[in-house]
Design a protein around this ligand. Structure first.
Ligand SMILES: [Cu+2]
Length: 177
């Protein structure tokens, strides 16, 4: 694909967007090129569908966390506000990405271990949410955050989205940054 020179009228070029798209295709190609036994040998990965903004770095880091823990993600780069409201999660419980796995909604930086527990226990619920973007949660734990880990709760959201209870609690880390 030829590189696009800056537009004469000074509007930004779509080059960065194209680079991101190309990068995505390359990554997908690399995954597809893995020999089949790499997947067939272990337990089957669990399919998860994710909606996020294409420019959301911490969302991608969460997707990587899930994929490193036995999930295979299909990502929709469409933002997540529309799907969140369609699925009935109140905006006050919202975060930067929304996912569906095994019929459950997963909102925000929920640890893979909690999703696995949800799928094991199969409670009657809409799903799990970590509102906001707490530091130290998976995807919010990169080097740029300086090792800071705030306390946060993973909430089990009742069907209909009207009530929640704490599904698991993560304490702050006492490690020095
Ligand atoms: Cu985030």
């Amino acid at each position: 694909m030829p590189l696009t020179p800056p537009a004469a009228d000074g509007t930004p070029t779509p080059l960065a967007a194209r680079r991101r798209a190309l990068h995505g295709i390359a990554a997908w190609g690399a995954a597809a090129a893995l020999p089949w036994p790499a997947f067939a040998a272990g337990p089957q990965p669990t399919a998860i569908e994710v909606w996020k903004d294409p420019s959301c770095g911490c969302c991608q880091d969460w997707v990587d966390h899930m994929q490193a823990n036995g999930f295979r993600a299909t990502v929709h780069e469409t933002g997540n506000a529309a799907v969140r409201s369609r699925l009935g999660l109140p905006q006050k419980l919202g975060s930067c990405h929304t996912a569906l796995v095994g019929g459950y909604l997963i909102e925000g930086h929920v640890p893979a271990a909690d999703v696995q527990r949800l799928l094991r226990e199969k409670p009657k619920a809409l799903g799990l949410a970590v509102p906001g973007m707490p530091l130290g949660s998976p995807g919010m734990d990169g080097a740029i955050y300086g090792g800071r880990k705030d306390a946060y709760d993973v909430l089990l959201v009742a069907q209909g989205g009207a009530s929640t209870r704490v599904f698991s609690h993560y304490p702050p880390s006492k490690e020095p940054a």
